[in-house]
Design a protein around this ligand. Structure first.
Ligand SMILES: [Zn+2]
Length: 198
């Protein structure tokens, strides 16, 4: 169920084939009406660039004070980088080293700055919370957190604050026995499995 989305946003996600509506088998084995294939966004830079343009409008409208856009590797690097470019800010990313999220050395002016976090999808908030912890270690103030797609319909808060999103979805997942789409006889498809915990 889509809770909020600008028509322009929805059209762009659909045009890029990133947002699929149908009958999908998730990696959990459950079935769902919606599937978000984030790799499609990276694959189609022109569509991604327009989507990021809309995210940047939203960020600008909030008139926040920050120097950096920070994103976790790898999926969100292109997203955060494009946002930073359009906003005229610096960009940094975190990456997992031995399971632990950390900054690559070399982002020298990050310490004690202000940053916003930009991520692709909010599912549990796990990755974003890890980025927040990384920023705290560097004395960075988190001025805002933004995702393209919030799959929790605004239910997950980070540091007690809501996460800004272009599209908020409530993804209902059904056990096969209880799936209304199975009951209707709609063809079940299994999209590419995501390899990253979000
Ligand atoms: Zn089903």
């Amino acid at each position: 169920m889509i809770l909020h989305a600008d028509e322009k946003v929805l059209a762009l996600f659909k045009d890029s084939d990133a947002l699929l509506q149908g009958h999908f088998k998730l990696t959990s084995g459950k079935h769902s009406e919606w599937y978000f294939e984030k790799i499609r966004l990276i694959e189609k830079p022109a569509a991604l660039e327009r989507i990021i343009g809309l995210l940047v409008e939203k960020i600008r409208a909030e008139k926040k004070d920050f120097e950096y856009v920070v994103s976790p590797a790898y999926g969100a690097i292109a997203i955060g980088f494009l946002a930073a470019l359009k906003l005229g800010k610096k960009f940094a990313f975190t990456q997992r080293l031995d399971e632990k999220m950390s900054f690559r050395s070399g982002f020298t002016s990050l310490d004690d700055s202000k940053a916003i976090i930009v991520e692709d999808i909010l599912t549990t908030g796990g990755s974003i919370n890890e980025v927040v912890e990384c920023l705290k270690l560097r004395g960075v103030e988190v001025a805002g957190i933004y995702v393209l797609v919030d799959r929790t319909a605004g239910e997950v808060l980070i540091e007690g604050r809501p996460v800004g999103s272009l599209l908020a979805l409530k993804v209902e997942a059904f056990e096969p026995e209880a799936c209304p789409f199975c009951r209707k006889g709609i063809l079940l498809t299994k999209p590419g499995a995501s390899d990253k915990k979000s």
